[in-house]
Design a protein around this ligand. Structure first.
Ligand code: G3H
Length: 541
């Protein structure tokens, strides 16, 4: 049987899907969250289909999962209005509440969130085709991130529960919220990368309007109840629909103070330009990347191939941190490629719930065709597909393609493929790699594979000025979440980590007075009388 037929045979009939992984979205498919209330959208809706195809009478077809609201500008503006109401020029109950109150609300949310783990994990598999193992990991990592965010805020608040006395001025410095936040996550981490900005924004006192990504819509629905029960009205609002219809009016209103967006730099630019006074809007952006890997002649080739396959093909290469191009020294290109081919052949292909599966269906409808065009373009410029069956597609399944000899003129040399295609180039002088990195529009991370300390050091020094993480003998990645995650050029704006995110969504604000007897007495009374949520010396344990 040829590979196309084998791939087709991996899609199941509905009755072959294990019962525990089936989803029923009827209970919540038209819901949205506005001003603390879960409402049913009576207007037009959009069908949500799965990357998973099912065998049926008419052949293979994408499974239909349900419907989500296709909201209009008026409904989107109502959500913005609700968030602006909760902010109320900084006077709202949420932005003026104590840190302890906000922490308690987020703790309540986590407790409710974990009750729907199984449903959200199943929806991750069905909506974006992520494997069961990775879907569980995404959920659990998000819960862990939120818990550690709470701890990080307690720690920073403790440090701020003191006064300074300098130059005759007594002062207390704390972090205050920024205002209304618009939060938009990406489809590849629709839960994790939405909530790792949403929760820090909320816990720092900012009301939020959330627009879920293109894929990974329904998985937020089982969580609406947890949001409604945990936060005051208007503090969290969820809207669904076409970006141009619902996001443009929100941005053009000029009432967004913080934009948390993970997606393409092209869309980020459009959003920023729509704001009438962009300097008023703080941007926290996670954007494009083309992280390269460099395999030096003395590299441990077994380890390098293992890490490069994981780095390039985890979740089918649909990670912003994925290794998207490899440079291998000409003297070791042959043995390195042999190891890559063997490692790719060992990757199980199938449905997200299949045991140990690594290659799964792709959510973007035209993705296989886009990848095929990239491969054809590279081949026309001298590259060759080196793994058997590489680039074979059937519906939403795309068998990984390993390309050798990718020329600088090929699109794959510069463009972010965001899929299971691994371009490899050979190099002679390390300078060629440094030139690639310097000329690139992206500046997130690199991976270096080698053993010679002096040679590695010579690369580390210039690369540290071009990217924001240099991985030694391992793949590129975001974690652990305590490390700063950011990028240069078109790759990011602002830095995320558990503690950095708290800083991103807040600004230092302080109360200061001449250290006179009257001022001291005034401050003393505010503090001991517990008159203020901002000016106090409470210590959260
Ligand atoms: O898509 C970008 C993610 O932030 C990558 O995170 O390296 O943990 O997969 P990861």
């Amino acid at each position: 049987m040829n590979l196309t037929a084998q791939l087709a045979g991996l899609f199941p009939r509905l009755d072959q899907v294990p019962a525990e992984y089936r989803v029923d979205t009827r209970a919540y498919e038209r819901l949205y969250l506005l001003n603390g209330e879960i409402r049913t959208w009576e207007g037009p809706t959009t069908e949500v289909s799965s990357p998973i195809c099912l065998q049926g009478g008419g052949g293979l077809g994408r499974a239909v999962l349900g419907r989500v609201p296709s909201m209009d500008a008026g409904a989107a503006m109502a959500a913005l209005e609700a968030a602006c109401g909760a902010w109320d020029g900084g006077r709202g109950g949420w932005p003026t509440s104590s840190v302890a109150t906000r922490i308690a609300a987020v703790e309540g949310f986590v407790a409710r969130m974990i009750r729907v783990r199984e449903t959200v994990v199943n929806l991750l598999m069905w909506e974006i085709g992520k494997s069961l193992e990775e879907s569980r990991k995404e959920f659990d990592r998000t819960v862990e991130y939120i818990r550690r965010t709470i701890e990080a805020l307690k720690e920073s608040d403790r440090a701020n529960s003191r006064f300074s006395l300098d130059g005759g001025v007594i002062a207390q410095v704390r972090r205050a919220p920024l205002g209304v936040c618009l939060s938009m996550g990406p489809f590849n981490y629709p839960l994790n990368e939405t909530y790792t900005t949403l929760i820090p924004a909320l816990i720092m006192g900012n009301p939020v309007v959330v627009k879920p990504p293109r894929f990974g819509l329904l998985l937020h629905q089982p969580l609406l109840e947890a949001f409604a029960a945990s936060f005051p009205p208007g503090v969290v609002n969820f809207i669904y629909g076409d970006g141009a219809t619902i996001i443009s009016p929100i941005m053009k209103s000029g009432r967004v103070d913080v934009l948390a967006f993970i997606g393409s730099s092209r869309v980020a630019d459009v959003l920023k330009l729509q704001h009438p006074r962009p300097h008023r809007m703080r941007c926290i952006l996670g954007l494009d990347a083309k992280n390269p890997g460099l395999i030096l002649p003395d590299a441990d080739l077994d380890l390098a191939a293992r890490e490069c396959v994981t780095g390039a093909l985890s979740y089918n290469g649909q990670r912003c941190t994925a290794l998207k191009i490899l440079f291998v020294h000409e003297t070791v290109a042959g043995p390195f490629l042999d190891r890559m081919v063997a490692a790719i052949q060992a990757l199980p292909v199938g449905m997200p719930w299949d045991a140990a599966v690594k290659i799964t269906p792709l959510p973007e409808p035209d993705k296989a065709a886009v990848l095929t065009r990239y491969v054809e373009d590279a081949v026309a410029r001298g590259a060759r597909v080196v793994n058997p069956g590489g680039g074979t597609a059937c519906e939403t399944l795309y068998y990984p393609a390993l390309l050798a000899g990718v020329a600088p003129t090929a699109q794959l040399y510069h463009r972010e493929q965001f899929g299971p295609v691994v371009p490899v180039c050979t190099y002679r002088r390390e300078e060629e790699f440094l030139e690639f990195v310097a000329a690139s529009n992206y500046g997130q991370q690199v991976s270096l594979f080698g053993r010679d300390p002096a040679r590695m050091a010579l690369l580390i020094d210039p690369l540290a000025n071009q990217v924001c993480r240099i991985n030694l003998n391992c793949q590129c990645q975001r974690g652990p979440d305590t490390l700063p995650f950011t990028g240069r050029k078109d790759s990011a704006e602002a830095t995320l980590s558990i503690s950095d995110a708290l800083r991103c969504f807040s600004i230092r604000s302080l109360v200061a007075a001449q250290a006179s007897a009257e001022s001291r007495a005034l401050i003393q009374e505010i503090v001991t009388g517990r008159h203020s949520s901002f000016l106090h010396t409470d210590f959260i344990l």
